[in-house]
Every structure is written in structure tokens, then in C-alpha cells.
Ligand binder design. Structure first.
Ligand SMILES: Nc1ncnc2c1ncn2[C@@H]1O[C@H](COP(=O)(O)OP(=O)(O)O)[C@@H](O)[C@H]1O
Ligand SMILES: [Mg+2]
Length: 297
């Protein structure tokens, strides 16, 4: 058995992790990797914006880690530093202190290591939907014809079939977000940052998009970090939630969401879900200087 495992696994880690015969289940292997080294770690990252007369602490030192293949959300009030965390993680903004580690390597200030979907979808209006989705690959050097060939079946599979040759102006808000998300996913990186992708959508579209995103998450097996204001959305989607407060921006709690997957919409009315939602809302209210809801009622 040992010999057989050594033939199959090239890293000592896989061999060491297999006494229970998990080799055939990639997700289980991921769990083993996860225990050894998270895919993304922010170590003591802080951000002070300096101007002539003022130093503004947008982010007090935070520590944050995301295991491979997990869906982790950041939730907190506007201005608590969520987008700043993303800008630092994506290498667009050097932190004042601390470092960003990806797969154990220092990636501070290095761009191109993660996929980043900004709050606005930023589709190029002069490109067709297909060419917008193919753009991420094109930027990374994939020839245009090949990028289109890879993007086309995904458009058809993930709800944009028939819109390939249309321009972004012809799409609904939800469809624009689908295109922007597929573009981000098609950049061949393991870690994807999504900054409030559904924040501007109506409630029904948002709910459809959440289910669509869970399907994508299952199919693509990427590590996702997701920013939202919406507590229900964060719990429905996530494995872990980091709850933030402002002035200065900081992490005040980490919640593990132990609801089984795949998740059906009906989970939102389960007692466990409702209790987690209440706990998170109370945390946010307390951090904002308001009494918890139960006490306020
Ligand atoms: N380039 C900048 N210069 C000065 N202040 C900034 C800059 N970028 C963001 N901030 C401030 O940092 C705080 C956190 O911003 P941000 O990360 O965008 O918050 P969030 O995404 O949580 O709404 C806010 O008060 C914002 O005004
Ligand atoms: Mg933001």
C-alpha cells in the first residue's frame, strides 16, 4: 500500500495524508494541503493613507487566511477597508506593514497572481460579450482564436448562450456580472477576488446569481474571496466569514459556516442559518455602536 501510494503521489504530503485511502478524492487531498498551508495569507497587513496634513488608518493590522478551494467572505460596513484588502492582495497597493503570502511565497506588491473582479463590471463596451470574456486570457498571452474557442462553451453553459456576439449594452445587470465573472475565472489563477459583484442587482436577480456562483464554485474548484454587505448572502455562499468594523478598519470575528454543501435556497430558513445570521447582524450592530437587535426590540 505504501509503495503504491508513493508511486501515485509525488509530494510527501499526499503520501502522508493518505492513511485513510483518500487519494481518489481530490477535495480530500485539498483538505490535507489546507491543514498544512493555506493558499492565501495576509500577515499583519495594515494601510495608512498619508496626505500632507493627515495620516488616515484605513486598516489596522489584520491577519487573514484562506485555505485552498474554500469560499471566504469579508463583510463589514462601507469604508471599513474591504476593497483596500483586495487592492493589497492583488498587488495594486503596497501595504504600510505586513505581507501577502500566496502558496507560501511572498507575493506582496506582485500583480497577476490572483483574479480580481472590481465592484464595477468594467466590460469593454466596444467588444462583444465573447471577446470580453476572452479578454483575461488574451492579456495573459493566449492567442485570440484560442481564447474565443475556450470561452464559447462556457458562455453557452453558464447562461450567456445566444449573447456571444452582442455588446455589453444589450445585457441585463445580471448578465453583465456573469460575463465579468467568467472573464475573471478564465484567467488561469487559483485565487479569485470578487468585490461586491451582486451589490447593484435587484433581490431576485441577486438570488439567482448566488446560486449560479455556487455552481461555478463547484465546477471550477477555485479559492474565492468575496466581499459583501449582505449577511444572508455571505452565509449562504461561504465556508468562513471574516466580520469587519471601521475606524480603523479591522477584523472583529471569524465565523465558520458549517452548513453542508450543496446548499439549497431553503437553507436560509433553517434554525442554524437564522441563528448565524442573527449573531453576525448583532456583531455588526455592536461594532457600529448600536444595541443588538434582540435587545433593541
Ligand atoms: N487612495 C486612498 N487615499 C485615501 N483614503 C483612501 C484611499 N482609498 C481608500 N481610502 C479610504 O480608506 C477607507 C477604506 O476604503 P475601502 O477599502 O474602499 O472601504 P470599503 O471597500 O470597505 O467600503 C475609506 O475611508 C476610504 O475613504
Ligand atoms: Mg469597497
Amino acid at each position: 500500500m505504501d509503495h503504491e501510494l508513493r508511486k501515485r503521489g509525488t509530494s510527501g504530503l499526499e503520501v502522508a495524508c493518505d492513511p485513510f485511502g483518500l487519494m481518489a478524492r481530490p477535495s480530500a487531498i485539498m483538505e490535507c494541503h489546507m491543514n498544512v498551508q493555506p493558499q492565501l495569507v495576509l500577515e499583519h497587513v495594515s494601510m495608512v493613507f498619508r496626505s500632507e496634513d493627515l495620516n488616515f488608518t484605513a486598516l489596522a493590522p489584520i491577519d487573514f487566511e484562506v485555505p485552498a478551494g474554500k469560499f471566504v467572505s469579508l463583510i463589514g460596513p462601507s469604508g471599513c477597508g474591504k476593497s483596500t484588502i483586495f487592492n493589497i492582495t492583488a498587488g495594486l497597493q503596497p501595504p504600510t506593514t505586513g505581507r501577502v503570502m500566496i502558496d507560501g511565497e511572498d507575493a506582496t506588491g506582485t500583480i497577476g497572481q490572483v483574479g480580481y473582479m472590481l465592484q464595477k463590471d468594467l466590460l469593454l463596451p466596444w467588444r462583444t460579450v465573447l471577446d470580453n470574456v476572452a479578454l483575461g486570457m488574451e492579456i495573459r498571452g493566449v492567442p485570440m482564436a484560442e481564447a474565443r474557442e475556450r470561452a464559447l462553451p462556457l458562455l453557452q453553459r453558464y447562461g450567456l448562450g445566444g449573447f456571444e456576439k452582442r455588446y455589453p449594452s444589450a445585457l441585463s445587470g445580471g448578465m453583465r456580472q456573469r460575463a465579468a465573472l467568467l472573464r475573471t475565472l478564465l484567467i488561469d489563477v487559483d485565487v479569485i477576488l470578487l468585490d461586491e459583484p451582486f451589490g447593484a442587482l435587484d433581490a431576485q436577480t441577486k438570488s439567482q446569481m448566488q446560486e449560479w456562483l455556487l455552481q461555478l464554485f463547484r465546477d471550477f474548484g477555485r479559492t474565492v474571496i468575496f466581499v459583501t454587505h449582505d449577511v444572508e448572502e455571505a452565509i449562504f455562499l461561504s465556508d468562513d466569514i471574516y466580520v469587519m468594523a471601521s475606524r480603523p478598519g479591522r477584523i472583529i470575528d471569524k465565523m465558520s459556516i458549517d452548513l453542508p454543501r450543496p446548499r439549497e435556497r431553503s437553507v436560509v430558513s433553517s434554525p442554524r442559518f437564522v441563528a448565524m445570521k442573527q449573531y453576525c447582524l448583532d456583531l455588526l450592530r455592536t461594532a457600529a455602536g448600536q444595541p443588538p437587535q434582540a435587545a433593541a426590540a
